[in-house]
Design a protein around this ligand. Structure first.
Ligand SMILES: Cc1cc2nc3c(=O)[nH]c(=O)nc-3n(C[C@H](O)[C@H](O)[C@H](O)COP(=O)(O)O)c2cc1C
Length: 334
């Protein structure tokens, strides 16, 4: 089973990806959060930093583009190619209001005619591999059939399907019945994405879809950086056999690597801690009584205070064998 690390805007930038790759690994590919450059504007510095080769050395990274303008797409793809990338990913899934209202991300799915024209242009305009990450429609899962007919006309490197519609955001049931339709597309490898938070989730998925050989994980991996290794079944180093103390050491080294990276890159404790606290909304579930410490971590205003509470948390609490992901699950499943 191939395991891909999902793009998560604001979270999985190059510092996170690098730290995860160095300390945990287990993911076959890391997708960048979307970049939205234009012909006129070029890359923002955050976008450029994220894809610079020296920031991604040795890591299997696929850059993701969010646009509905074929010229912008091709222009960006050429720049990415000059940096050495061989594949780009098109975002047809983003549910955010400002993105959808501009007919981008999942908003583009409601305009199949324009989407087809766009795909025509980008597939004939570059020799780079193009993969697509999509929802099953903007408003209604019934949109997915006609969308698949369009996708089927192009040599898509792989189609990553998050089987929700825009209005679901990341809530509500994932629609496996819609996902199943994508598997009938001849010649296009299909990757599943959505709500795989544990080996048990993956086992259930594999039982339903034994032919699918690749999945993408997002929130579950942020909650538990061991998840990619746990799901891939490969024993990367001795990760799966570590003692509690070794696991804690690894976690602290990963955390410190990331914190040092943000301290180097950003100015001011406030900005650094904003990034770290976002992660803790997920990672706190690695510890049985984490919330008690979580409050202190959220309140910290200086990196020094923050670090004290993180080390207290890790030293005083046992790390769970797997994160408690019930906070991510639909109420009906609990
Ligand atoms: C905070 C956040 C940011 C995200 N940013 C992106 C993004 O930049 N590009 C993208 O294609 N998907 C993005 N996603 C969607 C994830 O890649 C993934 O499809 C989603 O979390 C479902 O997978 P999961 O159930 O494994 O978390 C984002 C999701 C979240 C929660």
């Amino acid at each position: 089973m191939k395991i891909y690390a999902a793009p998560m805007e604001g979270i999985t930038g190059y510092l996170y990806r690098g730290a995860h790759f160095r300390h945990y690994g287990g993911a076959d590919r890391y997708f960048t959060p979307f970049i939205v450059p234009g012909k006129k504007r070029g890359f923002r510095s955050r976008e450029l930093n994220d894809i610079l080769p020296e920031h991604n050395e040795g890591i299997p990274v696929i850059p993701q583009i969010l646009t509905n303008d074929w010229e912008d797409f091709l222009h960006t793809a050429e720049i990415l190619k000059s940096f050495g990338y061989e594949e780009v990913n098109l975002n047809l899934g983003c549910p955010s209001g400002t993105v959808v209202s501009k007919k981008r991300g999942s908003g583009f799915l409601a305009f199949p005619g324009e989407l087809e024209l766009f795909l025509d242009r980008i597939f004939s305009g570059t020799d780079m591999k193009i993969s697509v990450k999509t929802r099953i429609g903007r408003d209604d899962p019934e949109e997915f059939g006609p969308l698949l007919e369009i996708f089927g006309k192009y040599p898509i490197e792989e189609l990553i399907v998050h089987p929700r519609v825009r209005q679901d955001f990341y809530r509500n049931r994932v629609r496996w019945d819609a996902f199943e339709k994508a598997l009938k597309l001849p010649g296009i490898p299909v990757c599943y994405n959505g709500d795989i938070f544990s080996p048990e989730d993956l086992a259930r998925f594999r039982e339903a879809f034994p032919e699918t050989d690749r999945i993408m994980i997002g929130r579950g991996l942020i909650a538990d950086p061991r998840l990619a290794s746990a799901l891939s079944g490969r024993e990367e180093g001795s990760l799966l056999k570590e003692s509690g103390e070794e696991e804690k050491e690894r976690f602290l080294a990963f955390h410190q690597d990331l914190l040092d990276g943000y301290c180097r890159e950003m100015s001011g404790d406030r900005n650094v801690l904003f990034k770290m606290k976002e992660l803790w909304a997920y990672m706190i579930h690695l510890f049985p009584d984490g919330e008690r410490y979580g409050k202190k971590i959220r309140k910290a205003e200086r990196v020094a205070d923050y670090s004290v509470w993180v080390s207290r948390l890790v030293n005083e609490q046992e790390m769970l064998p797997a994160a408690d992901t019930s906070f991510l699950r639909q109420p009906a499943e609990r």
